[in-house]
Design a protein around this ligand. Structure first.
Ligand SMILES: Nc1ncnc2c1ncn2[C@@H]1O[C@H](COP(=O)(O)OP(=O)(O)OP(=O)(O)O)[C@@H](O)[C@H]1O
Length: 287
């Protein structure tokens, strides 16, 4: 695991990740998440390395690259979701609002509440629409003045309120795939995260449902920081301000390790990337 920082408390920083202490540079006006020399292993296999990147607040960042280059692995490292995979290990430093999220005393559940996640396949619980949204606040013992208001607010932000407001007690499983995915976004929003991670959120959806989620991402970025993994380069170009290109290279034993090649403004990445490997991938010559 990464080393925790030894910096002291910084007054005014809104952070309460267990007993964690914010790093000296922590600031609400700084980046939401910073990765320094991050490497992720599954047992002895180095899955991805050289991850140095900064996710600015209220921006959408897209992670792209060929299959197996480590995009989902990096995404899961950002909110300690990899902790749930036996043998997964993160090295280097990932800071959220200045705090090392793998540092001593940091509560992983709290990290995941503050950095929410939406998965590839919509995965609503077999419960009512209302209970899906109320679930997170309840299990994390969030202080909620009025649960009805919180559920409505989350559903509105996820652009699904008008479609479900008369059927809140109905099963979430009766919704269409696109609606289920927006419900899952509402569920992620309900615990009031600052960051939302999305792992190929549209890959199981039809083009119309996909466009709805893409529109929603632009609205959500006004309030949240968003990191999305996508195989769809047009989608990355449409929704993100920053794009990271990863690739996977085999060593002399044939073991493949992913690495971050380039991370820059999306406009630059798609028009004038600095690295030939990015150019080749974007232009379809590779991957
Ligand atoms: N749970 C796991 N256990 C062991 N190895 C894993 C696990 N998840 C991923 N890996 C390995 O880590 C490497 C990166 O996988 P990852 O899924 O992060 O790549 P990806 O770029 O997201 O791929 P894709 O685009 O196909 O989803 C691969 O070598 C993969 O086999």
């Amino acid at each position: 695991m990464s080393q925790s920082t030894d910096a002291g408390e910084k007054p005014g920083v809104r952070l309460d990740l267990g007993h964690a202490r914010p790093a000296r540079s922590a600031s609400r006006s700084g980046p939401a998440i910073t990765c320094d020399d991050v490497r992720v292993f599954y047992k002895k296999h180095l899955a991805v390395r050289d991850v140095n990147m900064t996710f600015a607040r209220n921006e959408v960042s897209a992670l792209i690259g060929p299959s197996g280059c480590g995009k989902s692995t990096v995404l899961r490292a950002l909110n300690r979701m990899n902790d749930l995979i036996p043998g997964a290990r993160v090295e280097g430093m990932i800071r959220f609002e200045g705090t090392d999220i793998y540092g001593e005393g940091v509560d992983a559940t709290e990290v995941r509440r503050r950095i929410g996640m939406v998965f590839q396949k919509p995965n609503p619980f077999p419960k009512s629409i209302y209970e899906n949204v109320a679930y997170g606040p309840r299990v994390t013992n969030m202080q909620v003045d009025n649960m009805d208001d919180l559920v409505e607010e989350a559903l509105r932000k996820a652009a699904i309120w008008d479609e479900v407001k008369t059927m809140l007690k109905d099963s979430a499983l009766a919704l269409s795939g696109g609606q289920q995915q927006r419900l899952c976004i509402a569920r992620a929003i309900a615990t009031k995260p600052e960051v939302i991670l999305m792992d190929e959120p549209c890959s199981a959806l039809d083009p119309i449902a996909t466009l709805k989620i893409e529109d929603l991402m632009a609205d959500l970025a006004e309030e949240f920081t968003i990191v999305i993994v996508t195989h769809n380069m047009q989608q990355a170009a449409r929704v993100s301000q920053r794009t990271a290109f990863f690739t996977a290279e085999a060593d002399e034993h044939g073991d493949r390790t992913g690495r971050l090649v380039e991370y820059d403004d999306t406009a630059k990445m798609f028009s004038n990337p600095s690295d030939q490997r990015t150019e080749d991938y974007i232009s379809g010559r590779f991957g």
